[in-house]
Design a protein around this ligand. Sequence first.
Ligand SMILES: Cc1ncc(COP(=O)(O)O)c(C=O)c1O
Length: 395
Amino acid sequence: MGPGPVDVDPRVLRAMSMPLLGQFDPHFTAYMNETMGLYRQVFRTENRATLLVDGSARAGIEAVLASALAPGDKVLVPVFGRFGHLLAEIAARCRAEVVTIETQWGTVFPPEIIETAVRAHRPMLLALVHGDTSTTMAQPLEDIGQICRELGVVLYVDATATIAGMALETDAWSLDAVSCGLQKCLSGPPGCAPVTVNERVEVLVRRRRHVERGLVGPEDEESGAGPVIQSNYLDLGMLIDYWSERRLNHHTEATSMLYAARECARIMLEEGHEPRQSRHRLAGRALAAGLGALELRVFGDPAYRMPNVTGVYIPEGVPGEAVRAALLEDFGIEIGTSFGPLHGRIWRIGTMGYGCTRVNVLSCLAALGTTLRRFGHRASPHEAVAAARAIYEGG
Ligand SMILES: Cc1ncc(COP(=O)(O)O)c(C=O)c1O
């Protein structure tokens, strides 16, 4: 019950044990096409360029930013936690001109503030984290895409921590590029980053198109006029060619990861977007009610809390790391520590995907309450369980 990676769905583990195929096997290319279709549904998009990047979630971030941002391009990053800083760092490594605005951890940006910053700085690209796992806050995105469209700005969103746990509407919200990982609400292993980009981003990438020397054939178009994308592995243009019907050779596909990603999406879509989101919302509410009954204070602006990861203040005088160690040792339950300014101040408790169950929420509260008593915090575990159960029973 940490903030991810979380328990992998056993169906996904089984899928990963299937016999390996090479990426030119017709069965495998059929799986690739099927997986693109499944992730269009997961991302809620019609984008042709919807594919997997082999690597952890930041490989997806880096593929989009390194391919869309040429040196000197201006990028605006509104930072409300650790992962906003990560976007800014990756953009800076792409030699982009990076402008950041910041808000206190535990809050998000009102859309007007982002709009004002976009108008003031006129970036070529706005990079935003949807849910910043480090602060447990989710930035509302519904209005940002329209603002970007009006101002001619490309909008990239890191949805690693929210995909399949919260609503994310790539097309309806006019998000130009979105990337994520499997290891949170999709209940898969780390090491695969689904990415989707629309035609606006494809145009940028195509301008920098480059075919490896050893692959250039008579029918190949000229390379693009723009600067070559600095990374070969994360060159979205090459990845798009590889995932297209041409199957222009690139890396050796990570077969088992594709099986995993495919199964994650199938499980998610079988449950359905809305039922899955409401399962996460209910768990988040039940957990918060139980934590309140343990006389613990939930972290951050309640209006913008992610339902799938909850920050909670470590009570005064209680050794946070010793409690985490005892929970693991005595109950086999892992909860998360935190980063930067929140380190040592809050724990983060995940209710994600396969692990987002009533049993887990109630067990975690009972175990946490019992452990807290051992360390001198006198709150009642059974009241915490009752408070959470009441939320579940109330619907
Ligand atoms: C919101 C967000 N973005 C990016 C990442 C980076 O993911 P990875 O560690 O898979 O590269 C994480 C990881 O926790 C995350 O929570």
